[in-house]
Ligand binder design. Structure first.
Ligand code: PLP
Length: 359
C-alpha cells in the first residue's frame, strides 16, 4: 500500500489526497476528528488500513443486517453484474425488480401490493408524500395536501422529508423557515394527546393528506419507543377522518423490532409503507414505497394526468434488486419468516461476546 507519514501513523495516498476533496455527511469538517481509513469489512468487523479492527455496533447506519460481505449476497450480485448491471424501468422490465416486488408484497401485511423503487430512504418518503397528495387530487379532494407528523420523528434529509422531521427541533432547524408547514404533534400515547389529535382532525381533516410515523421506534430522533396501541389509534383516526396512514419502516423494517415489519405487532397495515436500509443487507442503495390497491387504483386511468410523475434514473437497479432478493433469501432461511410472524432471533448465538453488530 502506497502511503505517507501523517501525525503518528502512515496513511494511504488515496486518503491524504482525497480527503481534501470529499464533503463528509453531518459534519463540521473543520473540527471533525479525521475519519478512520477503512481497508475492508468482514462479518461484524471493520478493518482499518493499519490493521486495527473495529466491532461495528451501528451496522453502517442500520443496513448490514447479516453482517458484512455475506457470501450469498456477494455471489448473487456478482452473477447479476455479469449478465446485466442496470436497465431503466422506463418501457423495460427485468426479473430482479419484478421478483422483488412480488416477494415484498407477499411479506407485507394488508393490501400493500404496488412497489415503487428509488435509491434512498429520503426519496422513498418524498414519493410516499407525493403519492398521498396526488391520491387526493385524483380523488377530487385537492385541498388535502398537509401531513400530520410527530415530534422527534425523522424521515430524511430532502426538503419534503425534512418538513415532516420535527424541523424546529431537529438537525434541520436552520432551514425550518423555508420548509412547507405541516401539523407537528405529540404521539397519541394517552387520553390528552389523543384528544388533541382528534380535535385537529375535526377542525382540519379537509386539508390533511396523511399521517406519517415511524412505527414502534423513532430511530434517529433518539430511539424513542411507543406502544403498538398508538398505531391502532392512528389507523382508527385515519379511517374515521378519511386520511392516508403512512408508515416509514426504513429503520424498523426487516426484523429490527422482532417482527419482519414493526406494524405487524399492532396487527394493522398502513396505506403506504416506505422501506430501505436493511433491504439490500447493507450492500447497495435501494428503497421502496409500497402502496395499497386502493391508493394505486386512484392513479389507474385513461387520463395521463392521473399518472404518478416520478422516475429516478436508477429506479429498480438490477444489482440492488438482486442484493435485496438475496437478503430476503437469508432472512427467510435464518428467521423462517413468512407473512406476519413475530420471530425470535437465536440471541444466544447472535450475541456471542464481541460479535454484536446490530444497534
Ligand atoms: C425512519 C427513517 N426514514 C428515512 C430515512 C432517510 O433515509 P436515507 O438516509 O436513506 O435517505 C432514515 C435514515 O436514517 C430513517 O431512519
Amino acid at each position: 500500500m502506497a502511503g505517507r507519514a501523517s501525525e503518528n501513523s502512515v496513511m494511504p495516498d488515496w486518503y491524504l489526497d482525497g480527503l481534501e476533496h470529499v464533503w463528509l455527511p453531518y459534519a463540521q469538517m473543520k473540527t471533525l476528528p479525521a475519519p478512520l481509513p477503512v481497508a475492508r469489512t468482514q462479518g461484524s468487523r471493520i478493518v482499518l488500513t493499519d490493521g486495527r479492527e473495529l466491532i461495528d455496533g451501528i451496522a453502517s447506519w442500520w443496513t448490514a443486517c447479516h453482517g458484512y460481505n455475506h457470501p450469498h449476497i456477494r455471489d448473487v450480485v456478482a452473477t447479476q453484474l455479469a449478465s446485466m448491471p442496470h436497465v431503466m424501468l422506463g418501457g423495460l422490465a427485468h426479473e430482479q425488480a419484478l421478483r422483488l416486488a412480488s416477494r415484498l408484497t407477499g411479506l407485507l401485511p394488508g393490501e400493500l401490493n404496488r412497489v415503487f423503487f428509488s435509491e434512498s430512504g429520503s426519496v422513498a418518503v418524498e414519493v410516499a408524500m407525493k403519492m398521498a397528495i396526488q391520491y387526493w387530487i385524483n380523488c377530487g379532494a385537492p385541498t388535502k395536501s398537509q401531513f400530520v407528523a410527530f415530534k422527534a420523528g425523522y424521515h430524511g434529509d430532502t426538503t419534503g422529508a425534512m418538513a415532516i422531521s420535527d424541523p424546529e427541533a431537529s438537525i434541520h432547524a436552520l432551514l425550518a423557515g423555508i420548509l412547507q408547514k405541516h401539523q407537528l404533534v405529540d404521539l397519541p400515547e394517552d387520553d390528552a394527546t389523543t384528544a388533541t389529535l382528534e380535535r385537529l382532525f375535526a377542525e382540519r381533516s379537509e386539508s390533511i393528506a396523511g399521517i406519517v410515523i415511524e412505527p414502534l421506534v423513532q430511530g434517529a430522533g433518539g430511539m424513542k419507543f411507543h406502544d403498538a396501541s398508538v398505531l391502532q389509534r392512528l389507523r382508527a383516526l385515519a379511517d374515521r377522518h378519511d386520511t392516508l396512514l403512512i408508515f416509514d419502516e426504513i429503520f424498523t423494517g426487516f426484523g429490527r423490532t422482532g417482527s419482519m415489519f414493526a406494524c405487524e405487532q399492532a396487527e394493522i397495515a398502513p396505506d403506504i409503507i416506505t422501506l430501505s436500509k436493511a433491504l439490500t443487507g447493507g450492500t447497495l442503495p435501494l428503497a421502496a414505497t409500497i402502496a395499497t390497491r386502493k391508493v394505486f387504483n386512484a392513479f389507474w386511468s385513461d387520463d395521463p394526468k392521473k399518472a404518478l410523475m416520478h422516475g429516478p434514473t436508477y429506479t429498480g437497479n438490477a444489482l440492488a434488486c438482486a442484493a435485496a432478493n438475496a437478503s430476503l433469501d437469508l432472512l427467510k432461511k435464518s428467521l423462517g419468516c413468512g407473512r406476519s410472524p413475530t420471530f425470535q432471533l437465536p440471541w444466544s448465538e447472535v450475541l456471542r461476546p464481541a460479535e454484536i453488530c446490530r444497534v
